[in-house]
Ligand binder design. Structure first.
Ligand SMILES: [Zn+2]
Length: 112
């Protein structure tokens, strides 16, 4: 059993709604030249992909090295593969995950 795409968005939403993400997004777009890293297109809607999903690597949620520009089609096909992973909702791990992301969002310079 996998998770649905709606479940999947529950992981990215707390990250994507932050001000810190808006800043990071610009940095990654500039670095990758406003083009999809997979197919090279500059057309359409460019999205920022987490190379290692936030779901499994919350500590990398705001790490530019873990982000890449992908067009919506390349992003969707990558996400489809990841969505097959087993869900971890409503577990102590998931609650710890939420706290980790919240801490990162409010602390731009973690001591780690
Ligand atoms: Zn693409």
């Amino acid at each position: 059993m996998g998770v649905t795409r709606d479940d999947w968005r529950r992981y990215s939403r707390p990250v994507l709604k932050t001000r810190r993400w808006q800043v990071l997004r610009q940095i990654v777009l500039e670095r990758d030249g406003w083009a999809c890293v997979d197919c090279g297109t500059r057309k359409g809607r460019l999205e920022i992909d987490h190379v290692k999903p936030v779901r499994s690597n919350p500590e990398l949620a705001f790490d530019p090295a873990n982000c890449a520009v992908r067009c919506s089609s390349c992003h969707a096909s990558k996400t489809r593969k990841e969505v097959g992973w087993k869900p971890v909702f409503d577990t102590p791990e998931h609650r710890a995950w939420g706290k980790a992301v919240a801490d990162l969002a409010t602390n731009p310079n973690p001591a780690t």
